[in-house]
Structure formats: structure tokens, C-alpha cells
Write a protein that binds this ligand. Structure first.
Ligand code: 5GP
Ligand code: MN
Length: 318
């Protein structure tokens, strides 16, 4: 499969690269790394997402290449490379740039991946799309510049929870060892990802955390975030990730769910689990998917009804 993909990269000229809405460092890192490689061999490339680059990820190398779909409505790519998406729907409105003639390449590591591409490199035992991309670019004889190395490093770092999740394999560390041949500023990168919460966000954060509810013999933690609560934060850090990483450190919590208000009748769901609870299965029942221990979806309902539905589904699966 890799060979077929590399052939498409070599023989075509115009590429669209996209990744899931509200992208994380793995999505952005793999997308921009792929773009830099294709540019280095003389291709026309646009990195397009439905939503703007999150402010807290602005520091990643070459985010100047990142565009929103509104900025490239007239782009007609020959090939669309979709990264870090379990389903094509995850790219949202960017799908409008893909026609029946576009060759779709799907590169991803989600266990729920639907193989939506003409060519699919799906490795659900890989920690991250960045880890897959490292191998692919190596096969392509890509020169790993400092920017590419940092982008892929950040993707692997964050998707492995700083090398603490089960998806961290010996292969993952081997890839990191290769990337670190270039003298990467690891402590600076760590700080820029995890330690940027402004002091002004601290009180709203503590206030939000105080609304947490526990269920099913305190095995399940649930946090709801209204639009109004979200608006209290600066955007300089990832609120949900901070909530998850804090709650992950609490012994005995098996399932953590965050509900975010999208509008009066739509609620976004984000799940994390510890132990054996499979949240990808749970998310599949709520218009989503993901990994066994991290997944997401949504409900066409308001926050109160969504909370009821989701807690009842978790209770049934426990
Ligand atoms: P997060 O909670 O960080 O947004 O997502 C956790 C994991 O689940 C990520 O790997 C993400 O790509 C995946 N995920 C989140 N939401 C969805 C969704 O709506 N559909 C699918 N297929 N995967 C999702
Ligand atoms: Mn990923």
C-alpha cells in the first residue's frame, strides 16, 4: 500500500491535505509535515481545515501553511490526503473540495477507521498518524528537516500522552530516537504544549472543575461546558485536554466524559477511559468513533438530555 501511495505522490501535481476539525497536534503535525515534503519535491500543496488553527497550537512550525476552507474555495486538487480521520466526514466542509475525480488517500490510526480512501494506510496499532507518516516519508527518502522532525515529534508526544498510554510501543520510541537525531528542544516543546495556561484562566478553570459530577459508584466523571463557560477562557491552552489530564490522575475513575454545548440542539461528546472500558464502542453509538481509551461523538440534543442519555449508555456498558 505504501508503494502505491508513494507512486501517487510522485506522479501528481496538485494536492489537498486535510485533517479533522478542531485539529490536535497529531493532525496538524502530520498534515504540515506531509505538505513540507510535497513542497520539497516541487508539488502544489494546500493544507486546509474547516476550523482555524487553534491559538494554542500557533507555535507549531509552519502553521502559516494552514488555511481554512473559506480561503481556498476554488482549489481543485488532483489528490486529497486525509490525515488522522476515522471517517471522511471528520474533515467537515473541506469535503466540498473533493470531487468524483479526486484521488483520496486515507492515512490514519483510529480503530474505527472506515477505509474511505481509494488508497488506505490505516494502522490502528500505531500511536499516532505522525508515527505512520514518519515511516512513509522515510520510504519516500524525505529529508527530515528540523521543522518536519518537530512536527512529527509533537504529534507522537501528544497522542501517546507523553509516552504514557498503551499505544506507546518500542517502534514509537524507535521513531522518536530517529527524530531526536536532530537536536530537538524537547523541554521547550513540552512547555509549549502543556504549560501555557495564563494566570487569568486559572479561576475560570477551577470554577469549571467544581461543577464536576460523579456517577456509578464514582467510577464515572462527567463535566458539562456551556458556550458561556467556554467563552471565559483565553484560548491559549486546550481546556478539555487539561480537564482530562487532571482527571486521569484520579485513582478509580474509569470513564470520563465532557459534554460541550455546540448549540441548543447539538452537544459535542469527548470520552476518555482508564482500564478496560472501550469508549470507541460508546462513541460509535453516538455518531462518532476514535480509540479504545479516547474517543468522541455528538448528540442532536441539548446538554441536559445529552447528559442523561450518555450516562445511561455508560451505565449499561459498565
Ligand atoms: P478528542 O476527545 O481529543 O477530540 O478525540 C479523541 C479521539 O477520538 C481522537 O483520536 C479523535 O480523532 C477521535 N474522535 C473524536 N471525535 C470523533 C468523532 O466525532 N468521530 C470519530 N470518528 N472520531 C472522533
Ligand atoms: Mn491522532
Amino acid at each position: 500500500m505504501e508503494r502505491a501511495v508513494l507512486k501517487v505522490l510522485k506522479t501528481h501535481k496538485k494536492f489537498l491535505i486535510s485533517m479533522h476539525v478542531n485539529p490536535d497536534p497529531d493532525a496538524i503535525g502530520s498534515a504540515i509535515a506531509m505538505a513540507l515534503y510535497l513542497k520539497s519535491i516541487g508539488k502544489t500543496v494546500r493544507v486546509v481545515n474547516e476550523t482555524p488553527c487553534p491559538q494554542w497550537l500557533d507555535f507549531m512550525p509552519r502553521t502559516d501553511l494552514y488555511e481554512t476552507v473559506d480561503e481556498c474555495k476554488k482549489f481543485v486538487p488532483e489528490v486529497a490526503i486525509i490525515l488522522d480521520c476515522g471517517e471522511l466526514e471528520r474533515i467537515g466542509k473541506v469535503a466540498a473540495l473533493i470531487t468524483a475525480k479526486t484521488e483520496v488517500i486515507n492515512i490514519d490510526h483510529h480503530v474505527t477507521n472506515t477505509r474511505f480512501g481509494k488508497l488506505n494506510i490505516v494502522r490502528d496499532h500505531y500511536s499516532s498518524t505522525s508515527e505512520i507518516l514518519y515511516e512513509l516519508l522515510k520510504q519516500a527518502k524525505c529529508v527530515f528537516t528540523r521543522d518536519i522532525a518537530i512536527l512529527l515529534y509533537l504529534g507522537v508526544l501528544t497522542d501517546t500522552g507523553s509516552f504514557g498510554f498503551d499505544c506507546t510501543r518500542s517502534h514509537t520510541h524507535a521513531v522518536i530516537a530517529e527524530l531526536m537525531r536532530i537536536d530537538l528542544p524537547v523541554s521547550d516543546l513540552y512547555r509549549q504544549v502543556y504549560e501555557t495556561m495564563p494566570k487569568t484562566d486559572l479561576k475560570p478553570f477551577l470554577k469549571l472543575m467544581s461543577t464536576l459530577t460523579l456517577h456509578d459508584d464514582e467510577r464515572v466523571a462527567c463535566l458539562t461546558m456551556t458556550k458561556k463557560q467556554m467563552a471565559c477562557f483565553s484560548g491559549a491552552f486546550d481546556v478539555k485536554d487539561k480537564v482530562f489530564s487532571f482527571l486521569r490522575s484520579v485513582k478509580g475513575l474509569e470513564v470520563i466524559v465532557i459534554l460541550t454545548e455546540q448549540d441548543k440542539k447539538k452537544t459535542r461528546l469527548n470520552f476518555r477511559s482508564r482500564g478496560n472500558f472501550d469508549v470507541s464502542r460508546l462513541a460509535s453509538a453516538f455518531n462518532g468513533g476514535g480509540h479504545k481509551k479516547a474517543s468522541g461523538g455528538y448528540l442532536d440534543a441539548g446538554m441536559i438530555l445529552s447528559k442523561k442519555k450518555i450516562l445511561s449508555a455508560i451505565g449499561a456498558q459498565l
